[in-house]
Structures are given as C-alpha cells and as structure tokens.
Design a protein around this ligand. Structure first.
Ligand SMILES: [Fe+2]
Ligand SMILES: [Fe+2]
Length: 202
C-alpha cells in the first residue's frame, strides 16, 4: 500500500477540489472513529484522498481508462459521465497505488451508495457528503442533521442510518427537481436503510 504523499503529489485537481479532498479525509477518519473503530485509519485516509482522483479527467480519458480496465458501463453511465470517476478512481487506486480491496470498493461506490454498504463504503460515502468545506444547501443540512442525530440518538448506528436515508432522499429529490435519472443503486440503498431503521422500531 502506498502513502498519502505519493497520492497527493500524483493528484492533479483544482484548488477547490483539493480542499474538498482533504475535508473528506478528515471527515472519514472522524466517522470511522465514531462508528467503526476497527477500520484501518491509514487505509481510510488513503481511500478518501483517492476518491475524486480522476474527477477532473476529460470524458475521453475516463472512457480510455474504462476500456483499459475492462470497466463495463451501464446505459446511465454512458449518458452521465459524472459517474465514471468512481469506477476509474477505484481502478487506479487498486492498480497504481495498491490500495486494499475494501478501500477500492469504497471509492467505487462513493457517488451512488448502495444497499448493505460495508463500514468502509459508508465512511467514504458519507464523508464525501458532509465534509466541512461542502457549502451547498443539501450538504450543510445533512451535516447538521448528522451532528444533531449523534447527540439525540442513544444508538449511534440509528443516527448513522437516519443520516444515510436523509442523504439518499436529498440526492433523489435533487435529481427529480433537475429532471435527471436516479441511479437504481441509490434507490436500493434508500430502501435498505429505511428497512434497517424499521427493523429496530418493531
Ligand atoms: Fe466523487
Ligand atoms: Fe468528492
């Protein structure tokens, strides 16, 4: 496994996205410590640093990487290139920087989320949403929601699952208002975590 400096020096991101990336690294470590203390914090930090590694690549370069790594694209991904960076980033994390499989999987799923995410996947997904530098209304609200839930709920897992549901709701509402397609993994994720909460209630 590589070190943080090797990733940072290979990164070619705008100042704004670098700030976001460091924000994700800090948030990911905090979320991991609060909910999944068994996770390797070094691997968490590296996955966070890598999560948007290819986000500013051109569409052509993204597609080249997809063919190089035999990444199969869904119809939605072909139409919405924003989703490609999760997959190409995961491949580079694995092949170029030798990150562990669970870290690469967390990068792979960080945009859409999915049902039954692993602890590592939850940490990177949520950190990407609520890191302190994200300043759009949905992210600010979710950050506040998570902080309040962590104070209010006796069970930290309930606070975490409620925050995950809220995040999927926020994404889905935004996509509907913007007349965009909704990734099926995001819908499945929402349903899964609602069921997790209902299983506690009854
Ligand atoms: Fe991303
Ligand atoms: Fe990000």
């Amino acid at each position: 496994m590589t070190d943080a400096n090797s990733i940072i020096s290979a990164m070619n991101l705008s100042e704004r996205r670098m700030k976001h990336t460091f924000g994700v690294a800090e948030a990911a470590k905090e979320i991991a410590k609060a909910h999944f203390p068994a996770l390797d914090l070094k691997a968490v930090e590296l996955a966070a640093l890598m999560h948007d590694f290819t986000k500013e690549y051109s569409v052509e370069r993204q597609l080249e990487l997809c063919s190089q790594y035999n990444i199969e694209l869904t119809e939605e991904e072909k139409a919405n290139h924003k989703l490609l960076h999760s997959k190409t980033g995961a491949m580079i994390a694995s092949h170029r920087f030798s990150l562990p499989t669970d870290a690469c999987s967390a990068i792979y799923w960080h945009t859409t989320g999915k049902a039954a995410m692993s602890p590592f996947e939850i940490v990177i997904y949520l950190a990407d949403y609520i890191e302190e530098f994200r300043d759009d209304a949905g992210c600010i609200k979710l950050r506040e929601f998570y902080r309040k839930a962590m104070k209010k709920e006796l069970d930290k897992t309930t606070a975490l699952h409620k925050t995950l549901v809220k995040s999927f709701d926020t994404t889905i509402k935004y996509l509907i208002s913007d007349e965009k397609t909704i990734n099926t993994h995001t819908i499945e994720a929402r349903n899964y975590y609602i069921n997790q909460l209902n299983a506690i209630r009854f």
